[in-house]
Design a protein around this ligand. Sequence first.
Ligand code: FES
Length: 254
Amino acid sequence: MIGRLAAQRLHEIRQAFCRIPEASRSFSTALNYHIDSPDNNPDLPWEFTDTNKVKVKEIISHYPSNYKQSAVIPLLDLAQQQHGGWLPVSAMNAVAKIIEVAPIRVYEVATFYSMFNRTKVGKYHLLVCGTTPCMIRGSREIEDALLEHLGVKRNEVTKDGLFSVGEMECMGCCVNAPMITVADYSNGSEGYSYNYYEDVTPKRVLEIVEALRRGEKPPRGTQNPNRINSGPEGGNTTLLSEPKAPPCRDLDAC
Ligand code: FES
């Protein structure tokens, strides 16, 4: 009897989950699987450029020679910047060869950290912070505005290859929530930048997108004209007087 009730309950739960529309499922990053494709398979040659080979040597020199594998993250980062913002499997294999580990050791790292993209992204990869403080302050509306304006879904690239929109978890800038980051891969690893735009609104993010499209560099940081950096809007409300000097003993009087 108990078995039948449990089976019935399981059936109800399954039915309830099946009724959840697909759109309500929210993944912060693209799914982590690899399927060989014409532009992403291990047979495609990949190596660091001559300029980046010098950087690779320099990065590896930061670690003891028997701990080369510790360079995996900076090397993947460099590979990603060189490859327009994403890591094909042959780039990961090239990194594995340089640090002399099995390729799986590199795949493990690349699939764990959400800043590594294993599918194509736009030249400007826009990352909307989706964690609670930003969500309460309107990050969902920010993302909706970006997706609608660019005509893409999350993790899709616009037809002109310029933009993609992803989600990132807390980027440590909650005081100026909501915020987005723009990873700029438009100038290779030499001109790579990763800029925060804070206190954004749906209107302001679209202005930032259009400025980037025109090749401009919109001012990063807070977009609220009434705030200086992370200070309170409208100016300080506490700690208004000069701080007292630290207490000092008169050593001569001792
Ligand atoms: S929650 Fe968005 S930066 Fe922390």
